[in-house]
Design a binder for this molecule. Structure first.
Ligand SMILES: [Fe+2]
Ligand SMILES: [Fe+2]
Length: 469
C-alpha cells in the first residue's frame, strides 16, 4: 500500500476528523472496515445525544399514542398545504423559491443528506433472520429502489444534479451542511444497542413534512424535475408507506424490550436527532443567492488572479490585485455595482458585467459555466426579472434519461467475483453475508451494490420485485 494512502487511512482511523465533512468521507470510504466505522459511529452518537435537551422534545410519553400523534401531525401538514394552495390560487407568489437560482441553491445545499438517503437503516440488513426487523429492512430496500437504478433514491438525486449541471457545487458548501448526513451515516453503522434510537429517528424522518409538499409544487412550477420529492410524498405515506411501517415497527420492537422506560427514552432521543444539522426548512428560510454568487466568484478568483491584464485598474487596483485575496472579491463586486457595471433588479442585458460573461464575444465568455451564469443572472435580475422557468426544461423532459442506458465499460472484476462466490454457495446465510457489505451507503448505488440489492431481495423478499441478473 502506498505510504500516502497508509497515512490517510491512519488519519481516518485515529480520531483525526476535524469536521463533519471529514466524517462524511470516513463513513463513505470503502477502504475503512465496518468495525472501525461502528466504533466511530458509537462515539459520534454518544456526543450527539449529549447535546440533546431531552425535556424540550415534543414526543408522546405513551407508546400507544404514537400512531394518533403522527396522524394528527400528518393531517395538520396537509391542511397547511391546502391553505398554501389557496394562497397560490388567489395569485400570491411562490413562497420558497423566487427563481431558478434559489431552487438550485436549495438542491445543492441539501445534497449531502440526499446522497446518503436511507443510510440510517443500513445496520438492519444484518438482522435479516429476525422477522421483527423485516419492515425496517423493506423500508431500506425500497430506499435502494430494490436494486433498480431508476428507483434507487441516491441514484435519482445524483441523476437530478447531473441533468441540471449542478453536481460539482458541493465544493462551495460549508461544513454544517454535512452534519445531518453524518448523523444518518452514524446510525447506519451503529451497533445493536442503538436500535431504539434508529427506529426513533426513522419515525421522525419518514413522516410527511410540509416543506416537502411545497418544494415539490414549486420545483414543478420552475420546470425542475421533482421526481425525487414527489416519490417521498407517495412512498412514505402514512396509510401503507414508510411512515406507516415506521409506526408498526416501533410497536413490534417495543414488546421485546424489558426496560420499557429506557426504550422510550432512547426512542425519543433518536427522534430528536432528526433536528441535528441544517434541515430543509432552515435551508429554505436562509437562501441567499448573493452569498452563493460570491462563493462562485471567490472560487474563480483562485485561477483568475494571474491572468488578467495588469494595465486596467478598478479603484486603484488591477483585476489581478483584487483577485489575489479571495476576501477582496466582495470589494471588487461593490466597485462594479458603484460604477454601474452591475445594475440590480433590471434585465441583466443592461449590465456590462453580465454582457462580459454571457455574450459569445464578451471578454470573459467561457469563464463561467452555464449554470453559474444562470445563478449570476438571477442574482442581478432580482425578483421581477429573474428566471421563472428553467430554459432547458423541455429538452430534459423530452429526452430519455441516461439511467436507462448506464453501463460500466471499466470493470475491476469485483462484481464478477462476487457473483461467482454467491452462486457457488448453497447456504442462504453465507450468501446474505457476502451481499450485505455492498448494500452499505458507500456502494448500494453502484453496479455491484445494485446487483447485490436485487439478489438480497430475491433471496429474502422475492414477492417485492422480479430479480433481473
Ligand atoms: Fe428516500
Ligand atoms: Fe422513505
Amino acid at each position: 500500500m502506498p505510504v500516502v494512502v497508509k497515512e490517510r487511512l491512519l488519519d481516518l482511523l485515529q480520531d483525526n476528523q476535524k469536521n463533519y465533512y471529514e466524517l462524511f468521507v470516513f463513513f463513505l470510504d470503502s477502504d475503512v472496515s465496518s468495525f472501525e466505522k461502528e466504533k466511530k459511529a458509537r462515539d459520534f452518537l454518544i456526543k450527539e445525544i449529549e447535546k440533546l435537551e431531552i425535556e424540550e422534545i415534543d414526543f408522546p410519553s405513551d407508546i400507544n399514542s404514537i400512531k394518533t400523534w403522527c396522524e394528527n401531525d400528518n393531517k395538520k401538514n396537509c391542511q397547511e398545504f391546502q391553505a398554501y394552495l389557496n394562497r397560490r390560487q388567489a395569485g400570491q407568489d411562490r413562497e420558497y423559491f423566487q427563481s431558478v437560482a434559489q431552487a438550485f441553491e436549495f438542491l445543492i445545499k441539501v445534497s449531502p443528506t440526499k446522497k446518503v438517503d436511507g443510510a440510517w437503516l443500513y445496520s438492519c440488513v444484518h438482522y435479516w433472520n429476525d422477522p421483527v426487523f423485516h419492515e425496517l429492512i423493506i423500508t431500506y430496500l425500497e430506499e435502494l429502489g430494490l436494486g433498480e437504478p431508476k428507483a434507487n433514491h441516491v441514484c435519482i438525486y445524483d441523476d437530478l444534479l447531473r441533468s441540471l449541471g449542478i453536481d460539482s457545487f458541493d465544493l462551495l458548501l460549508e461544513d454544517e451542511y454535512y452534519h445531518h448526513a453524518v448523523v444518518q451515516l452514524a446510525l447506519g453503522y451503529a451497533p445493536a444497542e442503538f436500535i431504539p434510537e434508529i427506529i426513533g429517528f426513522n419515525l421522525g424522518y419518514e413522516q410527511l413534512p410540509l416543506h416537502l409538499l411545497i418544494t415539490n409544487y414549486e420545483l414543478v412550477e420552475l420546470g425542475i424535475d421533482s421526481k425525487y420529492f414527489n416519490l417521498h410524498i407517495t412512498i412514505d405515506n402514512i396509510d401503507n408507506g414508510h411512515a406507516n411501517k415506521a409506526i408498526k415497527v416501533i410497536e413490534n420492537i417495543f414488546d421485546k424490550y424489558k426496560d420499557k422506560e429506557l426504550f422510550l427514552t432512547k426512542l425519543k432521543r433518536g427522534f430528536a436527532l432528526n433536528n441535528h444539522g441544517v434541515g430543509s426548512s432552515k435551508i429554505i428560510k436562509n437562501l441567499n443567492v448573493e452569498d452563493f454568487v460570491l462563493k462562485i466568484l471567490k472560487r474563480k478568483a483562485l485561477v483568475g488572479q494571474l491572468i488578467h491584464n495588469e494595465t486596467r485598474e478598478f479603484g486603484c487596483k488591477t483585476i489581478n490585485q483584487w483577485l489575489s485575496n479571495p476576501h477582496d472579491v466582495e470589494g471588487l463586486v461593490s466597485h462594479l455595482i458603484d460604477h454601474k457595471w452591475i445594475k440590480f433588479n433590471s434585465n441583466p442585458e443592461q449590465s456590462i458585467f453580465w454582457r462580459l460573461i454571457n455574450d459569445e464575444n464578451g471578454k470573459m465568455f467561457g469563464v463561467f459555466t452555464p449554470v453559474e451564469r444562470q445563478i449570476i443572472h438571477d442574482w442581478i435580475a432580482g425578483d421581477d426579472h429573474s428566471s421563472n422557468f428553467l430554459t432547458y426544461s423541455k429538452e430534459l423532459n423530452s429526452n430519455q434519461r441516461i439511467q436507462d442506458y448506464l453501463f460500466s465499460y471499466i470493470s475491476d472484476g469485483e462484481l464478477d467475483a462476487l457473483q461467482e462466490r454467491v452462486l457457488q454457495s448453497s447456504d442462504l446465510a453465507i450468501k446474505i453475508c457476502k451481499l450485505t457489505p455492498f448494500l452499505a451507503p458507500d456502494s448500494h448505488h453502484k453496479s455491484i451494490g445494485l446487483w447485490s440489492t436485487r439478489k438480497y431481495v430475491e433471496l429474502l423478499f422475492p414477492y417485492l420485485g422480479t430479480f433481473k441478473n
